[in-house]
Ligand binder design. Structure first.
Ligand code: GCU
Length: 332
C-alpha cells in the first residue's frame, strides 16, 4: 500500500477511534452520539453494489455517518479485511470467497454448483440458520458480517474461446479469487488457476498473463474486462455473495441501538439490491455486446460432474462441514 494512503488511513482511524473512545468513556456501553464509520470496497462508483452501499449509508442518515470509499482506494480485498480485523478500518464489503482465508467456514460459498438456482441461493442467504452461525462465528476472527448483497452467478470468460467442457479448459490460465476452494474448483473444471486480487485482472488479461477469468457479467463492463476478454461462457459455477463486514473492535463500542440500525439498514438494502442487480446485469450484457463480447449458453453437465468431487471432499472434512452442506441443500 502506498505511504500516502497509509497516512490518510492512519489519521482517519485515529479520529474515528478517538470518537469511539469518547463515546465509551463514561459507561461500559457506548453513548448514542453519531459516530463516523468508513466503509471500503473495490468496485467503481458505476457498479450496482456501490449504489446499494450508498443507499445503506443513506438509511443510517442522522444515526450513523457512513462514508463509502470505492475503487479499492483503501486496499484490495485481502488488505481491507486485515485492516478491519485490526480496527484500522471500520467496515468493508468483500466477496464471501475472499473471507475463506480468514474464516474457513466461508469455503462453502466457493463450492461450485452449491446452489441450484437463484431461488435456492436467496432462500439460503435470507433464511438459513447456518448463515447466521457462520456470521456469528466470524467475530472470533475480528470481523462481523452483518448482511449480504447479491453478486450474481460467476461464469468463465476468456480472451477468445468458448469453453464447453473441462477438455476445453486444458492449459488455460484462469484468474480466481484468493480462495483455496476456488483454486480447487478451476483445477476440477480442467483449467490452471491463477489466484490474484481483482484489481490486477485487467492488466493480467491485457498482458497475456491470463487467458481468462471467472466472474459475473459486471466485471466485463464496470471492471472493463470485456475490452480484452471477448468470450463469456455461461458455466454459472458459483454464486458467491458480497458480504458486509464490521470490525468487532468497532462493533463492541457501539450501542445496541446503533448495532440494530446497522443490521436493519443492511437488511433493507440487501432486499432493494436484488432488483438493482438484475437490471445492472441486463445492462452489462448489452454494454459488453457493444464491446464485441459474445455470450455462450452451454450444456453445463460436464462441468457439474467434474466439480462434484469438491462437494464430497468438503462434506468429508468434518461434521460441521457436512451439516452446513446439508443445511444448504435442504433449502432448495
Ligand atoms: C465480484 C465481487 C468482488 C470481488 C470480485 C473478484 O465482483 O463482488 O467483491 O472482488 O468478484 O472476483 O475478486
Amino acid at each position: 500500500m502506498k505511504m500516502k494512503k497509509l497516512i490518510t488511513l492512519a489519521a482517519s482511524s485515529v479520529l474515528v477511534l478517538s470518537m469511539l473512545a469518547a463515546c465509551g468513556d463514561d459507561d461500559s456501553s457506548a453513548s448514542s452520539d453519531v459516530v463516523s464509520l468508513r466503509l471500503a470496497h473495490n468496485q467503481p462508483e458505476t457498479h450496482p453494489v456501490h449504489t446499494s452501499l450508498k443507499a445503506f449509508a443513506e438509511e443510517l442518515d442522522g444515526k450513523i455517518d457512513v462514508e463509502v470509499f470505492p475503487n479499492g482506494t483503501l486496499g484490495q480485498e485481502r488488505e481491507v479485511i486485515e485492516l478491519v480485523q485490526t480496527g484500522a478500518l471500520d467496515m468493508a464489503k468483500v466477496s464471501a470467497s475472499a473471507l475463506e482465508s480468514f474464516n474457513s467456514d466461508f469455503a462453502i460459498f466457493s463450492l461450485p454448483y452449491a446452489f441450484e438456482s437463484q431461488e435456492h441461493y436467496y432462500n439460503v442467504m435470507d433464511n438459513s440458520e447456518v448463515i447466521k452461525e457462520i456470521f456469528e462465528n466470524s467475530a472470533e476472527y475480528g470481523f462481523l458480517p452483518i448482511g449480504w448483497y447479491d453478486a450474481g452467478q460467476r461464469s468463465i470468460y476468456t480472451v477468445d474461446k468458448k469453453v464447453e467442457s473441462p477438455a476445453d479448459m486444458a492449459g488455460l490460465k484462469i484468474r480466481v479469487q484468493e480462495s483455496q476452494t476456488s483454486i480447487a474448483m478451476i483445477e476440477a473444471m480442467g483449467g490452471s488457476p491463477t489466484p490474484m486480487s481483482y484489481g490486477e485482472v485487467y492488466t493480467g488479461l491485457q498482458q497475456g498473463l491470463l487467458d481468462g477469468a471467472e466472474n459475473n457479467e459486471t466485471a466485463l463492463t464496470s471492471g472493463k474486462h470485456g475490452e480484452v476478454a471477448k468470450a463469456y461462457t455461461y458455466t454459472e459455477h458459483q454464486y458467491s455473495p458480497d458480504i458486509l463486514i464490521v470490525s468487532t473492535k468497532v462493533w463492541d463500542k457501539l450501542t445496541s441501538d446503533q448495532q440494530d440500525a446497522l443490521k436493519a439498514a443492511a437488511k433493507t438494502t440487501s432486499e432493494s439490491h436484488k432488483a438493482i442487480w438484475k437490471e445492472a446485469v441486463a445492462d452489462s450484457v448489452k454494454e459488453a455486446e457493444a464491446l464485441g463480447v459474445k455470450f455462450y449458453t452451454i450444456d453445463k453437465s460436464a462441468f457439474i460432474k467434474a466439480a462434484s468431487t469438491l462437494h464430497e471432499t468438503f462434506t468429508k472434512k468434518g461434521e460441521k462441514e457436512a451439516k452446513y452442506f446439508e443445511d444448504f441443500q435442504s433449502l432448495k
